[in-house]
Every structure is written in C-alpha cells, then in structure tokens.
Design a binder for this molecule. Structure first.
Ligand code: SF4
Length: 313
C-alpha cells in the first residue's frame, strides 16, 4: 500500500525527472514504490541493455539497483554521469570474488576461458573473457565451445549451467553464493506447495541445486516475470528476492496470486535504494551517490561486457 509520504515523493520525482532529463533504471528487487516511477524495470541484463541503448537520450542515469549494476551503466556510458540511489548497495557475492582470486585460477588453468557473472566488481570484470547474466549464462557458455569453463562467483548458477550443458564448470571462488537465494531449502518449497497445491514454482538459478530440482520453471527474474504474465495458471510460488513477488502482485493481482517462497528473502543492498535518495539526486546530485570507475579499469571491464552482447545480441 502506497503511503502518503511516498506518493508525494513519487510526484515530486516524476516532475523533477522531466526537468532534469534523467533516466531512472530499477531492478525488480528494489521497493515497488521505486519501480513505479522508473523508466525501465528489469533484471541485470535488461537494465544493461537499456543503459547501452537509451542513455544517449538522457542527461544522466539514476540506478535503483545493486552497485555492480550501476558500475555496468558507467562502463557502457563512460561519458555519462551515473548515480546510485542506495548507500549500501554493495552485493556481498561480488565481494567474494576479488580479482586476485581470479588471477590464481587463471594461473592454474591457463587455457580455460573465464566467464564471470555481472554480479562482480568492475575490477574483477577486467579478468573475464566474457560476462554473463542469469538470463544468458547457459547460452554464453555453450557458445564458447569449450569443455571446461572457469565460472564465478555464483557456485549455484555455475552448477545449473553444468547440469544444462554438460560443460565442466570450475567454480571461482570455490563457494561463492547469494545469501538471499542460498537460504531457500527443499523444506521451504514443500511447505509452500502444501499451502498452495495448485501453484507453479518458479526459482532463480542462484538457488541451490536441490531447490531447483523441485521448481517447475528456473530462470532469471525477467524470465519468471514474463512466464507469470502469459501463464494461464492463477497461483505462483516465487523463489527469489521478495521484490519480484511484490511487482507481480502489483501488475497481475488480485486475479493471479504470487507467494514469495520466504517473506524474509530480502536483499539489504537492493532495499537500501530509497525514493528520498532519488529525490535528493535529482535535486542536488550529491557526490556520495555518484558512481565513478577508474577509466583504465572501465575500458578493460567493457571487453567482457561487449563480448556478452556480441554473443547473445
Ligand atoms: S540478491 Fe543476492 S546477488 Fe543480488 S544483489 Fe542481493 S545479495 Fe547480491
């Protein structure tokens, strides 16, 4: 339910956004009240595509997302100012994969290509042959035509790619994970299924393999969203950050019902984005919200991102 305060902030933001000619990009995991005033809402691949294709039409970009997504917008638009609307948006999984660890694996497996998930720092991205997202990880790995791949930082996503492609995946680091998705268990699915026996279970590939085994559909948030939009089913259990179920309920409820697998599946980094911060960025562009990357790192990090787009269009 939209509070009076947020309604007022939304109105002010929409007015200022026009005046400032700023583009707001929001991930499905941020608060739905932020999603409602965004120019584009989606998963990391979709937001990167919008940042790449539409940024020229705007004077600057505001990302309501994780820090690595805002960095991707900077890498793709080095001349454009990019601001992040949260102050604690650093993804803990990105921290698990510092560039020196990737170097160690590269030394050990010199002939094996490196595929990195976009959930990494800009510096880690400089070590990748190609980047991927949860939407295109399988496709990217297949296109490399190699029977071994160094893949990081999400072990669960790597194991899912391995299962779907038979490619031997070497996880970098050994046990990287997203704390939001890794907490889901088979028991949680069974409990949700017994409460909602007619519901379809959709799970994000960052979940553990035994959880994915129990899901009817596995895919990125965008894939889940599109599936729910067109499905004739009326009930869905959503095994990812709670924000996606909130979005789906807002867009397709009450006719369809979307149950988050766990109400506690909350990403603190994503939820640190606020309408108040967006408003302040539009008003005075505070330095603390500006996302800046060393130009040399940015240039190198772009190579793997460009390769991802080349391979998948
Ligand atoms: S949901 Fe997980 S992977 Fe995504 S930003 Fe939050 S902690 Fe990182």
């Amino acid at each position: 339910m939209l509070s009076e305060k947020n309604k007022e902030l939304q109105e002010k933001i929409l007015e200022l956004k026009e005046k400032e000619n700023a583009m707001i990009l929001a991930h499905f995991y941020v608060d739905v009240d932020i999603q409602d005033i965004a120019d584009a809402i989606g998963d990391s691949l979709y937001l990167a595509k919008v940042a790449k294709e539409k940024a020229d039409n705007f004077d600057y970009i505001i990302e309501a997302a994780a820090y690595f997504m805002a960095e991707t917008a900077v890498i793709l638009n080095p001349k454009k100012e990019v601001y992040i609307s949260g102050l604690e948006t650093f993804c803990p999984m990105a921290r698990m994969c510092p560039s020196n660890i990737i170097d160690e694996y590269k030394r050990k497996y010199p002939d094996v290509p490196v595929v990195l998930y976009v959930n990494t720092t800009a510096e880690a991205k400089t070590k990748a042959d190609v980047m991927c997202t949860s939407s295109n990880a399988i496709n990217i790995c297949k296109k490399l035509n190699n029977n071994r791949i160094l893949f990081g930082p999400d072990k669960n996503l790597g194991l899912w790619v391995k299962k779907e492609t038979n490619i031997y995946i070497i996880s970098v680091p050994k046990n990287g994970y997203c704390y939001v998705h890794n907490k889901f268990s088979v028991k949680d699915i069974e409990k949700a299924k017994s409460a909602h026996p007619n519901a379809i279970v959709l799970a994000h590939p960052e979940c553990k393999p035994d959880v994915l085994e129990k899901a009817d559909i596995v895919g990125s948030t965008k894939i889940m969203y599109d599936y729910c939009k067109t499905s004739l089913n009326k009930e869905f259990i959503i095994a990812t950050e709670k924000g996606l179920a909130d979005r789906l309920n807002r867009d397709f409820g009450p006719d369809k019902k979307f149950y988050p697998l766990l109400d506690s599946a909350i990403c603190k980094a994503m939820k640190s984005n606020t309408l108040q911060n967006i408003y302040e960025i539009l008003l005075k562009k505070p330095k603390r919200n500006r996302v800046i990357i060393d130009p040399e790192i940015s240039k190198k990090a772009k190579i793997g991102i460009d390769k991802m787009f080349d391979l998948t269009g």
